[in-house]
Design a protein around this ligand. Sequence first.
Ligand SMILES: [Zn+2]
Length: 336
Amino acid sequence: MITQSGAHSAGDPSPAQGGSGAQPESGKGRPSGTSTRYEWTRDLRGYAGKPPQAGWPGGARVAVSFVLNIEEGSERSVLAGDDDNESVYDMISTVVGGPNLHMVCNFTYGARAGYWRIVDLLDRYGVTCTVNGCAQALEMTPWIAEDCVRRGYEIACHGYRWESHERMSEAFERERIAMAVETITRICGRRPLGWHTRSPAGPNTRRLVIEEGGFIYDSDTTEDDLPFLVDLGDREHVVVPYTSDNNDMFLQRVEGFRLGRHLAEYVINSFDQLYEESATVPKMMTVGLHTRIIGRPGRIAALEQIIRHMRSRPDVWFAQRGQIAQHWLNRFGKYK
Ligand SMILES: [Zn+2]
């Protein structure tokens, strides 16, 4: 039994808060269902104001991880046989009982146009990224998967589809994770080492991702600035926090950023603050990107502004999340 202890790796031997061992009672053998008992522990302590010295390669002050989400084609759609259509978009666009072709086009734009605009920009500045790929999306756009591999991007697993796991039964979720790994391995020629559920993940997700056996890290949290380790008894699993604020998704919300430069200003503020703090303790920063959002002509300049700003500072490590996770394990893991 793997428990999520929340053990932090350096200087903070927080007591392991082992799970109860309780398994969800409902949902066994059903395609989906609601778990009623949860194996999940919350750690409000974290590094308790004493974050570890990350010791990034080359003495870098800030490790910056760009995450390019590839979700297009795996979103909910009546066209794909779902009961309803994806509804997260710039404008309120709800269609009930039939396909929402406007929503389909919104996603399709990311694959057809947005992706290429973003990767051209990353290339021009020599910045790598972690592709957060939904397995089904990569399967529907194998030329994009191939292009990601050719560019040397890390392909992490963003679920089988662009779907949150919070209500999946344990059996269904386990199967979903296995399908996602199989599909990405087949399409990309190597298995993903990182996992990231469309938020929210479920209370069992991390345990099942660890149980699958081939992942070294997941990004199913936004609860800290720095990675931390989960002690598995004979090895560790790395949690590399994601970001829901340094993220272009706020451009598609009425109450979010209106213009690309609002996003750029916010992300640059985050970077400047972390860079300042990194004078004493190295930091990590994630920027979340989506092809159908930042890949629009009216928004892409924001990404260029962000990258140029980061590039103007020395000692920034543009890293893939797998590299960050491996570094964390090497530096702080106790089972070597
Ligand atoms: Zn996503």
